[in-house]
Design a protein around this ligand. Structure first.
Ligand code: GRF
Length: 191
């Protein structure tokens, strides 16, 4: 069903792009009722960006630097909803203002705990284990001008096991992320 909605996915320079692939797939199988606007990457030749091109999907390259806000806004022209998948920077204000309540980020823990600047990747899972939590998970939230602080759209949880390392916990959480992110995007589209 055509809804007129168009999803843009922003990735970072180092990401594996696994959430990006889960979102792309969800636009293709109808789990997300939006067409894919494209993927915006700071690098043209990262493995994730190459995957986008190899699959014949629209790739926009916009790297931080002079006029980043304007270049990013141009790449997002025509999109109606934006998902940050492994994108770790704060967004330029003009981009935030162009998509009110329509920019979503996924974080690999149960916010508001274990979020904020510097809390990404293994740092998050290490902190969760060191705090002795029995549960972790992922959070999809609306992006604001501060790290990991916008309203929560959806959370999903999983156990932290006694012998978990940051790596084993990351693997469990990532699986959950791939299910939760598309569900959260669809939830916002239906609001
Ligand atoms: C995920 O763990 C996500 O929660 C965080 O960055 C990671 C990106 O992984 N924001 P991938 O590139 O989607 O595999």
């Amino acid at each position: 069903m055509k809804t007129g909605e168009r999803l843009a996915i922003l990735i970072g320079p180092k990401g594996r792009g696994s959430n990006m692939r889960a979102l792309v797939e969800a636009t293709q199988n109808g789990a997300i009722s939006a067409d894919l606007h494209g993927v915006v990457s700071p690098l043209a030749d990262s493995p994730a960006a190459q995957w986008v091109e190899e699959n014949g999907l629209p790739l926009f390259v916009a790297a931080p630097g002079d006029d980043y806000g304007a270049r990013l806004s141009e790449a997002l022209q025509g999109a109606t909803i934006v998902a940050l998948a492994g994108f770790t920077r704060l967004l330029p204000t003009e981009v935030l203002h162009a998509f009110p309540n329509r920019i979503l980020n996924i974080h690999p823990a149960l916010l508001p705990k274990f979020g904020g600047k510097g809390m990404y990747g293994a740092h998050v899972h290490k902190a969760v284990i060191e705090a002795g939590e029995s549960e972790s998970g992922c959070t999809v939230h609306i992006v604001t001008e501060r790290y990991d602080e916008g309203p929560i759209v959806l959370q999903a949880s999983c156990p932290v096991l006694p012998d978990d390392t940051p790596e084993t916990l990351a693997t469990r959480v990532l699986k959950l992320e791939h299910q939760t992110f598309p569900q959260a995007v669809e939830k916002v589209l239906r609001e």
